[in-house]
Design a protein around this ligand. Structure first.
Ligand code: BV8
Length: 241
């Protein structure tokens, strides 16, 4: 008698989050109604070419977003995911496309920022990466090599390789539940994770304010605000542990 997959509790979980999980904390998502990103076209602020063309604009864009972090708090979705991380006995990896620090501040530890972090810098002179809290601007000095003017935000821009891809692939191949939360499914390779998970036999669940571009790829799709859906789902899951 084959076990009904629905009744089998998952053991290894991979979760992918996007800008939608931070929306209820007050952070703008990337594709607002005007398609602009805080008033900018993505190609003007989130590519290496944009940085080479106008470093002052790109630094101002990231300095403003980094400063915003002091004004916001994690929301119920971040807190529920941190609780799941804390209490889940099996393998667990939260992969976020977000560059804010809300998952950490809610208590998540098994966490990977595949697109980098607002609160990190990267020296183009010595290659070191380091914590960065305040304004960076064009003349920032590297804390490792002291060179000034060659520090950039440690953010993965379009056309750059996301971080942790080997670890993510390994986790996707081992997971039996993949959950996507608050992402439009517009950006690769993150938008392709659901296909890898399905190919490796995992069940797939999407929770999003509206069906994403890849909704048809998910076994189950729940629509609504993450701040409501995620705590409900975590409660369901932990009740079965
Ligand atoms: C790569 C950091 C290859 C910046 C980001 C041509 C040339 C080069 C590459 C490409 C190319 N054509 C295509 C590509 C690939 C490209 C790509 O996918 N482009 C897209 C636009 C087609 N990808 C890349 O370039 C990636 N790198 O491919 O490298 C390579 C290979 C070898 C060697 C070198 C390189 C790198 C992509 C990373 C770019 N950086 N972020 C920053 O943050 O400042 S991406 C950016 O978009 C953010 O990280 C964001 O997370 C991500 C995706 O957006 P979402 O998170 O999904 O946000 P969005 O607003 O779109 O959606 C929010 C969703 O939430 C919505 O669905 C909404 O309904 C929902 N929502 C709203 N409120 C709520 C909610 N849900 C629940 N509750 C709510 N309350």
């Amino acid at each position: 008698m084959e076990a009904n997959l629905e009744s089998v509790a998952p053991s290894n979980i991979v979760i992918l989050t996007g800008a939608g999980v931070s929306a209820e904390s007050g952070l703008a998502t990337f594709r607002g109604p005007d398609g602009l990103w805080e008033g900018h076209r993505v190609e003007d602020v989130a590519t290496p070419q944009a940085f080479a063309r106008d470093p002052a604009l790109v630094h101002a864009f990231y300095d403003a977003r980094r400063a915003r972090l002091d004004e916001i708090e994690p929301n119920a979705a971040h807190r529920a995911l941190a609780q799941l991380d804390l209490h889940w006995p099996g393998e667990f990896l939260l992969v976020t496309q977000n560059v804010d620090d809300l998952h950490e501040r809610a208590g998540s530890t098994r966490l990977l920022h595949m697109h980098g972090e607002l609160q990190k810098g990267w020296c183009q002179s010595c290659g070191e990466r380091f914590a960065w809290a305040g304004l960076m601007g064009e003349g920032a000095k590297c804390p490792a090599c002291d060179d000034a003017g060659l520090v950039r935000p440690d953010i993965v821009w379009f056309g750059e390789m996301p971080y942790g891809m080997d670890r993510i692939d390994e986790a996707l191949q081992r997971c039996d539940l993949f959950v996507s939360i608050g992402t439009s499914g517009a950006v690769y390779p993150a938008a392709g994770f659901v296909q890898t998970a399905r190919y490796c036999g995992a069940r797939t669940l999407e929770m999003n304010l509206e069906p994403s571009l890849g909704s048809f790829l998910f076994d189950e799709s729940r629509t609504g605000p993450a701040g409501e859906l995620v705590p409900q789902w975590v409660e369901e899951l932990l009740a079965a542990v």
